[in-house]
Design a protein around this ligand. Sequence first.
Ligand code: ZN
Length: 288
Amino acid sequence: MPDVLHTPACAVHLLSDGVSYWDGGGAFGLVPRVKWSKILPPDEHNRVPQELRSVLIQTDGQNILVDCGVGNKPNDVIAAQYEVRRPRGHLLDDLARHGLAPEDIHAVVFTHLHGDHAGWATRMTGNPSICAPTFPRARYYAQRQEYHDATHTNERTRNTYFPENYAPLMQAGVFTLLDGEAEIAPGVRAVPTPGHTAGHQSVVVEPVGHPPVLILGDLATYMIQFARLPWVTAYDVLPLVTIETKRAWQHWAHAHQAALISPHDTQIPVGRLVKTDKGFFDVQPAAL
Ligand SMILES: [Zn+2]
């Protein structure tokens, strides 16, 4: 996978932890199947592919990871819900291809703490009941609201959050909870983008002399969902908030000609927002 961006001061790389298959109705919510299936044909079980994508940002002498896949810890819910057909849990191999070991990561930013974004935050130790941070020198970041919701689940959210991914971070004292926008490194900031979850955040990279990069997280699971405001997943806990968040960031992305990175799109990993002849937004694959 080519780099999204490579300047002497800043590089952005796409990584993957595998491809999972999820129910198309969950991915597209109220959008009729007759519409979304033309864009993303489902398999015989009505499932659609979702890349488990992470982003590596290298700037200012730091290696920053945004999201960290589904991981390799045994988990019955993940096994049942996130059918991963391509090898699951190869994020660390992908990192190694960039010459990096887990101890080379300085920061891990979670867009949110769902199981398909926080899996590699921890891994099992020699004692099977104990998990420890996978990236031993990293500081981990999420919004305080997200951590609250992940630790106060209800019947709807329970099967999306797995404490073994983040409780050990708090115990180890390596988890920083953010209250709104925050600089992670020079030119790299976390920005609240609520809707998928109340405490969801995205990451903006602003390299000098280049258009910015917006790492969407699940603000839009697929690129088409960033372009079409009412196309929201069934998983979003605040779908009407998602629409307003997307509306604001659509205008920002178009005005800045930002490169957009999708968390799960297998067809358009990186795109740019364009306006069609009819005045609607669309996302086109970005030339890398
Ligand atoms: Zn996701």
